[in-house]
Design a protein around this ligand. Structure first.
Ligand code: IMP
Length: 431
């Protein structure tokens, strides 16, 4: 397969970083196509830990082109800081190894302020639990046709006109929230200051990718967040502000949908969620506590404790369908070691009626209670397993049952954060 899309098939934090890193070794180009620095990917390479937010995971591998596509919203200050940190860890980042789409909207300081002010003003039940990074407000400006995009940094007059257009919208909004107006001169000065450092990476991503594709290069599309946070197909309104599902890979960089050969869904062997919103299999008991502790379930970006629960096969079947997932990478199986009994959600009870999918209406989602199937656990350790023979029989049964219920095969099985601790069934890049 030439081009592979990796998507999170739950609420994010499925362990995409390790798999993307593993696949990026086989790819020539690695692209981010949605989201922003709300994402957090941790890569462990030779025991060195790299924490990435806006940069594609490919940057830590030499000889690859990493791309930030137009579907992303980019905080330029945060990006430059991240480049500094990663460079400080001995990784070289140059215009030859990093390219930013010229039509990428910029996250500006007032986007983050608006995000946080709204969350503070929200009453219980309407808080989204955003990362506070300004992701939503920036996407709103993009759709409202008042965003400042990377290309606008190249010309002072255009930049100033764009800033004025944005302020026309934002100042009245801020007044309503009791926040002082934006300092126009300071903002323009800040943008002009960073313009050369950003522009040196800017280019027509759509063109370069289409040329790379024709030349037979392998392209890896690195999704952030998870399909249940998708703006259309997630648990709306408790979602992020971009399309997260695999189809976004095409519009988020400017290639045709036919260029996508394989979609790999990343699926954690249980479920977690950060932020607010429905979570039918959430556990408020000792089992949930144990999943969180064993799985080190704290957000990479915000450090927030993740909510934990049993595996929800209904939701994953749903996200495999909306993203056209060809195979999954099942991660963190080892976190389930030692549970006497495991539960898998196979349906929901909604007011006495059985459903095999999560309904769209938020009030119905909140009323859905999970219908569980129980499976015996295993006492042996699966951590670091590198072949099926290393796995206890009950762990294999669990994996096989997951495959049946989600109607999608396992392509990879990850048994620790180390990249070698992976059981490979199907290589998504193999022809
Ligand atoms: P936003 O993307 O910051 O607007 O946050 C919207 C929702 O998406 C919140 O529930 C966040 O916790 C969640 N979210 C955003 N990025 C991630 C991520 O990378 N992993 C998990 N949850 C995320």
């Amino acid at each position: 397969m030439a081009n592979v899309v990796v998507v999170g098939a739950q609420w994010g934090d499925e362990g995409k970083g390790k798999i993307v890193d593993w696949l990026s070794e086989r790819a020539d180009v690695i692209c981010r196509f949605q989201g922003g620095h709300n994402a957090g990917h941790t890569l462990v390479i030779d025991r060195a830990v790299f924490k990435l937010h806006a940069l594609p995971s490919g940057v830590v591998r030499g000889g690859k082109l990493s791309v930030i596509g137009n579907g992303v919203v980019l905080d330029p200050w945060n990006l430059l800081q991240e480049i500094d940190t990663i460079t400080g860890q001995g990784v070289e980042i140059t215009p030859e190894t990093l390219m930013i789409a010229e039509n990428t909207p910029l996250i500006l300081p007032f986007h983050g302020e608006l995000d946080r002010a709204r969350e503070e003003a929200a009453s219980t039940g309407t808080k989204i639990g955003t990362t506070g990074r300004g992701i939503g407000p920036c996407y709103e400006d993009k759709v409202g046709r008042r965003a400042i995009r990377v290309a606008d940094l190249a010309d002072d007059a255009t930049l100033e006109a764009r800033v004025d257009r944005a302020l026309q919208h934002h100042d009245p909004l801020r007044k309503g929230l009791g926040v002082e107006p934006i300092d126009r001169a300071a903002l323009i000065a800040q943008l002009k200051e960073i313009a050369p450092s950003i522009l040196k990476y800017a280019g027509p991503v759509w063109k370069v990718l289409n040329e790379k594709r024709k030349a037979g290069n392998r392209i890896l599309f690195e999704g952030a967040q998870g399909a249940l946070l998708d703006i259309d197909f997630g648990t709306y309104p408790f979602v992020t502000s971009s399309n997260v599902i695999a189809g976004q890979a095409a519009t988020g960089v400017g290639i045709g949908p036919g260029a996508i050969d394989y979609v790999l869904g990343i699926v954690k062997a249980y479920t977690t969620r950060v932020g607010e919103g429905p979570f039918p299999t959430e556990l408020d008991d000792a089992d949930g506590q144990r999943l969180g502790e064993r799985g080190h379930e704290f957000g990479t970006t915000t450090g927030r404790k993740r909510r934990c629960g049993w595996f929800d096969a209904c939701l994953v079947r749903q996200t495999c369908a909306t993203s056209g997932v060809n195979g999954i990478s099942l991660t963190k199986l080892d976190v389930l070691d030692g549970f006497e009994t495991l539960k898998i959600c196979v349906g929901y009870d909604l007011d006495g009626q059985r459903l095999d999918y999560l309904p769209t209406a938020a009030d119905q989602q909140a009323r859905c209670t999970p219908i569980y199937e129980e499976m015996p656990g295993w006492s042996e350790s699966t951590e670091g397993a590198r072949s099926w023979a290393d796995l206890p029989a009950n762990a294999i049964k669990y994996v096989k049952r997951v495959e049946e219920l989600i109607e999608c095969p396992v392509a990879l099985l990850s048994t620790s954060p180390e990249r070698e601790d992976t059981i490979l069934v199907t290589d998504p890049f193999a022809d």
